[in-house]
Design a protein around this ligand. Structure first.
Ligand code: G
Ligand code: G
Ligand code: MN
Ligand code: NA
Length: 253
């Protein structure tokens, strides 16, 4: 219960911060976007990673107001980043619990309107878990979000149930290939074929691909040979505070 109170206070007392990890075009290595990733900067315990509090936020429902804050912050940040890279996008992770909130579409629309952000420069990352939860409700919400002109990315693809039916039942624009395949693709021929095949499948279906977990330059070269579109990973940069990310953009633009 103490942690629950702490987390509720964290939101009120501005102890939450978004970090940003750059995403590049695999071929040119130019920055095309970034993923926003939440951190809790605790006054006593220092930086707490999301794996240690998103679950609690979901169980208590706090993820809904927290998610609203994240969406708003990420939209504002996108406008600041666009001063350095015109067409940059920011992706936002959405929890399955946020899809149970009747106000999700309204909250996102109101963030778009109040920040004036270009909706197609906001990518919304969902997981297979969200799609399984309540498929009809989620399909309706995703269609509404597409009507707002947001972009939908399916995160961690390949780690959940990975049903191919997801790819035609839901309006998915982008397939994010999970890092577990990318880490191992140079040493494991099956991982490599899975990555190659997912790139080609996505392209055939008119989706773009983002490969996660690029840790070596040679990963980028291999992904380029598979015609992967975008990539992110420690080889390019780790998630970083906004100020560092802006400096990173300045140095690279
Ligand atoms: O940043 P890091 O790699 O530690 O993130 C760990 C996990 O936390 C990832 O699965 C990521 O999707 C999740 N996560 C990070 N930021 C957010 C966020 O803003 N909202 C939600 N719902 N999940 C997030
Ligand atoms: O689940 P999701 O894809 O949203 O989470 C992304 C997580 O992966 C973040 O916690 C981020 O810090 C982490 N991450 C990003 N790039 C790399 C990488 O190259 N290697 C490793 N080990 N983790 C990464
Ligand atoms: Mn993600
Ligand atoms: Na992922």
């Amino acid at each position: 219960i103490q942690r629950e109170i702490d987390l509720a206070n964290a939101l009120k007392q501005q102890q939450l911060a978004l970090f940003y990890q750059p995403i590049v075009d695999v071929k040119s290595q130019a920055i095309v976007g970034c993923e926003s990733l939440i951190r809790w900067i605790h006054p006593d315990r220092g930086m707490i990673p999301p794996d240690e509090f998103i679950g609690l936020a979901e169980d208590t429902g706090l993820i809904v107001p927290m998610g609203k804050w994240i969406i708003h912050e990420a939209c504002k940040a996108r406008n600041r980043f666009a001063e350095h890279i015109d067409n940059i996008y920011v992706s936002i992770n959405l929890s399955p619990i946020q899809f149970e909130s009747p106000s999700l579409v309204r909250d996102i629309e109101s963030a778009f309107v109040s920040t004036g952000v270009k909706p197609n420069r906001i990518y919304l990352e969902i997981t297979e878990t969200t799609l399984m939860l309540d498929p009809l409700n989620v399909a309706n919400i995703l269609n509404d979000l597409k009507r707002l002109d947001a972009v939908i990315a399916l995160d961690d693809f390949g780690t959940g149930y990975s049903s191919f039916s997801y790819l035609h039942r839901f309006p998915i624009d982008i397939l994010k290939i999970d890092q577990s395949f990318v880490f191992t693709m140079q040493d494991n021929s099956r991982s490599k074929e899975i990555v190659r095949t997912l790139c080609s499948l996505a392209t055939s279906l008119g989706m773009r691909t983002i490969a996660e977990g690029i840790e070596r330059e040679s990963d980028l070269h291999l992904l380029n040979s598979f015609a992967a579109d975008f990539g992110q990973g420690y080889f390019i940069a780790k998630p970083m505070p906004e100020e560092d990310f802006v400096n990173f953009l300045k140095a690279r633009s």
